[in-house]
Each structure stands twice: as structure tokens, then as C-alpha cells.
Design a protein around this ligand. Structure first.
Ligand code: MTE
Ligand code: MO
Length: 433
């Protein structure tokens, strides 16, 4: 054992040099190398994942997600890596992001206020602390952008980035995530304010520079809408609306107003720019559908999915996610022969309402080329359509050429997603082939 002063100084110096990285070689008292081990401070103060885990969000456009070009702010965002998901909860650091042109405001929770006013008996201003004193609830719900899984989609710039058709499930379905949200029922706050009988809409407003607003009918506001401050056991992250957001279960993502600072009760919708232009559905007769709210039913196989590689014939669990804004998922069926036969998958219990639902299916791959599909039914009896059925309903020719030319999303695209398994075990998107 060498404990001479010079030797010790050397040892300490080495320790300092290693402090910047998560992994360092550790020496025992007799100088023997017993590492590498994780450095305690980085590991324990606020946890980090293993450096061998590399799953990441990807941007929705050619600028890595954030739109940095000058001019009119565009919608931009980041997609959840659903191909790596397990269970039903999305880690906070991988929740998808969709912003209407602005970065998250840096909000001091001490200074933040939520104002409820308009057609109410008693306008109220809440501090965060006042909200956190009220009876709270925690519920597991998905959020999904209305433009998710259309081959274009929000932030998509034609010809610039995306391979067509999109290669993997992160690109096709990554604008949905699922969390346990904690907060107070909006009905509790509205009851305290006393909604007047003329008050039949609420207009919710966010605090970022663009002041995102969204109109929501009072029936929904009084039903299951929450004002939330917690996500998966910790405060909401800045990109998800810190310190407060509206959580509108099962409805288009745009309703879930982040950085929530104001709710005005009114007798008509605000007809905000975004809610009128970005999230309406143009019909073949030239008219457009306004205020389509409910999402789904939708399901997608996350494993095996586009871009993944099967190691060889034999047993492979097929697994994926299903969800519906109408209620809870009642059944998911899987086809391993391109739709000739369908078999019921096992659902992870308990099945939550308006939540991602994990399904699992035992499969023995015979090594032959095939196509894997999933479809779901919710407890309202709504069935996930094929792309042909959806095209008929929308009056649109949902072909690859159609999507190649289109810049905006086809909202509420909930068609069955086919994944082709090739003989070499590679998996690819077969939606338009
Ligand atoms: N204040 C504010 N709230 C917002 C938005 C926004 O741009 N600003 N985007 C909306 C849209 S279109 C979607 S899909 C969801 C996305 O929520 P997330 O970014 O937490 O995933 O937030 C909604 N709430
Ligand atoms: Mo959205």
C-alpha cells in the first residue's frame, strides 16, 4: 500500500478529472482497479440512465425539431420513440412535444397565477400553492396530436426530411405519449367561480409568446378535464407545460393547453387561428369539419416494427399500444398473415380509460415473408378502420402520392398500420406497398 503524499495527490487529481463523466475507473485502497463504476453524485442526485441506453426523441422537421428559420413561426415538435416503449407509461424525458412556434416560457412557480373569469359569479386567481392545497386526483391518460400518424403530419416539410413512407413507428405514430397526471378537476375550480347559465364554452390560454388559446365546450370542462401540475411522480417538465397545463382526456392534443394561465368562460368559442386553420378537416365537398374532438380508436404494433430486425425464425412476442378517446380499449386483434385471419391479443390489466393500453401476442415466425397488423375496438363499439375504409369516410385517395404532395396533416388518421417482415428478418412500413 502506497500512501506517500505524492501518491495520494495523484489519486485525487485523477478523481477530479473523472468527475465530469458519468463513468470512472475506481481504485481500491491498494491501487487495484475495481471499476468502472458510475460516479455517485451523477447517479444519485437526479438519476441518469445507463450510457448503453440511447433511445431519443426525434424532430418533426429538418431542423432537429425546433424551427429556427426566420419568418412566421411554424408548428414544430419531437416524437416519442414508441419502438422502445415497454408497458404503458412514457418516461417524462421522452414525452412527445408539439409547440405552435415558440419555445417553453421560463416560468417561476412562485409568480405564476391561474385566472378564471368571464361568465362567472366570482372571478378567482389561484397561486400554484393554492391549487396544490385542493383535493387532488391522479389519472393515466394519453395525449395525441390530431395530426399524428398521417404520413405528413405537423412540422413536416415536403421534400426536405422525411422518407416516404415514414420508416419507423416513431415517425408514423410518435406524436402520442401516456402519463400519470396529477392535479385538480377543472369542475372544482369552475364551481368555486360559479359558472353563469350563459357560460357554455371555456377559452384556455397559455403563457408563451404566441399565447396559444383553445375553446372547449363547458360539458367537457365539467366532465373529466383536469388542471395538472404533476406527471409521473414529479412536476410537469417545461416542454410539457410547467408549472400548469390543462389535461383534456381523449381529445385532440391541441386542447391540452400548456403553461396554463387563464380560463375565460364565454358564450361562444374563440375561433382562434390555430384551432380554425391547423386542426380542421377539409372534406371532398370543399367544406371543412370544425371542432372534431375525440381521438381514435387506434392501435399500432411497436415491436416488431419498421426498421427493426428479427434475429431469426422462432418465437417472438408481438406487442403494441392501443388507445381511444371514446373510452377504454375493449379488444385488440392481431393478424400475422396480412389480414386473412385475426386472433385476439392479451391486454395488460388494468385497462385505463382514455389511456394507452399495452397488448401482447405470442408468435412463432416460420421465416417466411409476411405482414403484421393490429386493430382495436373501444367500449363504445368503434372499430379501427383499414386505410381504404378511412379514405372512403374522408372522401380522400389516401395513397403515397397524395401524401407526397400534401404539406399539412390529415388529422384523425387512425388506419390500421401494416408492418412487412422480410425473409431476412428486416421489418418495413407496408402502408402504401
Ligand atoms: N400553450 C400551448 N399549449 C399547447 C400547444 C402550444 O403550442 N402551446 N400545443 C398543443 C398541441 S397541438 C398538442 S398536440 C399538445 C402537445 O402536448 P405536449 O407538447 O406536452 O406533448 O399541446 C397542446 N398545447
Ligand atoms: Mo397537436
Amino acid at each position: 500500500m502506497n500512501l506517500k503524499p505524492s501518491g495520494r495527490r495523484k489519486f485525487l487529481k485523477k478523481g477530479v478529472a473523472l468527475a465530469g463523466s458519468a463513468v470512472g475507473v475506481i481504485h481500491s485502497a491498494n491501487g487495484q482497479i475495481i471499476g468502472p463504476e458510475l460516479r455517485p453524485n451523477e447517479l444519485y442526485d437526479y438519476g441518469i440512465r445507463s450510457r448503453f441506453v440511447t433511445s431519443e426523441r426525434i424532430g418533426t422537421n429538418g431542423f432537429g425539431g425546433r424551427d429556427i428559420r426566420p419568418g412566421v413561426p411554424r408548428d414544430w415538435g419531437f416524437r416519442t420513440p414508441l419502438q422502445d416503449s415497454v408497458g404503458i407509461v412514457t418516461p417524462n424525458s421522452l414525452h412527445f412535444v408539439l409547440n405552435h412556434g415558440y419555445d417553453p416560457p421560463d416560468i417561476d412557480p412562485q409568480k405564476h397565477r391561474l385566472l378564471i373569469h368571464g361568465l362567472v359569479e366570482r372571478p378567482i386567481i389561484f397561486t400554484l400553492e393554492e391549487l396544490q392545497r385542493l383535493p387532488s386526483v391522479s389519472r393515466i391518460h394519453f395525449i395525441e396530436c390530431g395530426g399524428n400518424s398521417a404520413a405528413g403530419g405537423p412540422g413536416f416539410i415536403p421534400g426536405l426530411v422525411r422518407t416516404m413512407p415514414p420508416a419507423n413507428v416513431q415517425q408514423t405514430h410518435g406524436l402520442t405519449s401516456c402519463s400519470e397526471w396529477t392535479g385538480v378537476p377543472l369542475s372544482l375550480l369552475l364551481d368555486q367561480a360559479g359558472v353563469k347559465t350563459k357560460g357554455i364554452w371555456i377559452i384556455a390560454e397559455g403563457e408563451e409568446r404566441g399565447m396559444h388559446t383553445k375553446s372547449i365546450p363547458i360539458e367537457k370542462a365539467m366532465d373529466d378535464v383536469l388542471v395538472v401540475y404533476g406527471q409521473n411522480g414529479e412536476p410537469i417538465r417545461p416542454e410539457q407545460g410547467y408549472p400548469l397545463r390543462l389535461l383534456v382526456p381523449g381529445w385532440e392534443g391541441i386542447n391540452n393547453v400548456k403553461w396554463l394561465r387563464r380560463i375565460k368562460v364565454t358564450n361562444q368559442p374563440a375561433m382562434g387561428m390555430k384551432e380554425m386553420t391547423r386542426y380542421t378537416r377539409l372534406l371532398s365537398n370543399g367544406k371543412s369539419h370544425w371542432f372534431e374532438f375525440e381521438m381514435g380508436p387506434k392501435s399500432v404494433i411497436t415491436r416488431p416494427s419498421g426498421g427493426q430486425q428479427l434475429s431469426g425464425p422462432g418465437f417472438h412476442e408481438i406487442t403494441g399500444l392501443a388507445w381511444s378517446g371514446g373510452g377504454s380499449i375493449q379488444m385488440v386483434e392481431v393478424s400475422t398473415d396480412n389480414g386473412r385471419t385475426w386472433t385476439e391479443a392479451t391486454l395488460q390489466n388494468p385497462v385505463h380509460r382514455k389511456s394507452h393500453t399495452r397488448f401482447r401476442f405470442a408468435w412463432n415466425w416460420d421465416g417466411k415473408e409476411t405482414v403484421l397488423l393490429s386493430r382495436c375496438i373501444d367500449d363504445q363499439g368503434w372499430v379501427q378502420p383499414s386505410v381504404a375504409e378511412l379514405g372512403k369516410t374522408l372522401g380522400l385517395d389516401l395513397s403515397l402520392d397524395f401524401f407526397k404532395e400534401r404539406s399539412g396533416p390529415v388529422t384523425h388518421f387512425n388506419a390500421i398500420q401494416p408492418w412487412k417482415v422480410n425473409r431476412d428478418g428486416s421489418v418495413q412500413n407496408a402502408l402504401f406497398v
